[in-house]
Design a binder for this molecule. Sequence first.
Ligand code: NDP
Length: 275
Amino acid sequence: PLLERYAVVGNPIGHSKSPRIHSQFAQQTGQLLSYETLLAPLDSFAEAMQFFFAQGGKGLNVTLPFKEQAFALCHRLSEGARRAGAVNTLWQQEGELWGDNTDGVGLVRDLSHNLGWQLDNQRILLLGAGGAVRGVLMPLLASQPATLVIANRTASKAQALAADFDDMGPVVGCGFADLEGHCFDIVINGTSASLQGELPPLPAGILAQGARVYDMMYGAEPTVFMRWAQAQGAAQAQDGLGMLVEQAAQSFFIWRGVRPQTAKVISSIRESLLT
Ligand code: NDP
């Protein structure tokens, strides 16, 4: 076929923004490709994936709830994917299935490149200890923060995560109550609390002077976490739409060897959220 085929596979998948993002990348870079959504039955991810590649598919993005299964099926993994224990980008090379995880690179690129936030030498607080947080730890630690604290409702999960990554930099895990008396330059919410309109129970005074706050979640309205940050006097509060577009850009780069520009794509997806 003239158009090389790509897709995002998940369950549910109907509301994915990836087709819109990747077709804008393709148009912008003059690449001939198609990008569709693929709904895999909950018990047949491996079959759906293998069928897609057997039919000549070139690359897959993987979303909930299949990122860990994709990881387990890969023959070759990037260091980031191995550390994350999850894969969101698949492709085939010489008959082998390769996997990478571009979420963390996407987050760091949004923070540093798009928002211009300095990460090195900063006190960074990461909230949550699920898949999203695990996926971003390696690139965040590689940007050399002064300290990286992972705080989670279930403190033991944050401690276990920190132990998995403490060879990479100064990272510790704790519960929310342990944050009392500490303050941070950057706070990143990687919990799913915003989905239920809830806030992680953070002690007062957690934001340093000029602190910047990022919520991995995004939507038409500022999230409850962003509103909390503004009320606490944060210098900036940002949602995770840029991370979504940047992880897509990194996948596109892996597959096509071309790095798309993201600014216009972020604003166009932002506009579509509002309608
Ligand atoms: P998981 O289900 O793996 O983890 C959920 C985490 O949130 C756990 O740490 C859990 O704590 C915590 N949590 C849930 N509810 C609450 C609450 N009410 N108060 C405090 N903590 C809570 O989810 P993921 O890690 O996969 O995803 C987390 C978020 O990140 C989602 O909102 C997702 O949309 C977003 N995300 C955004 C991306 C982007 O591109 N912008 C990419 C990937 C994810 P406990 O361990 O105690 O249960």
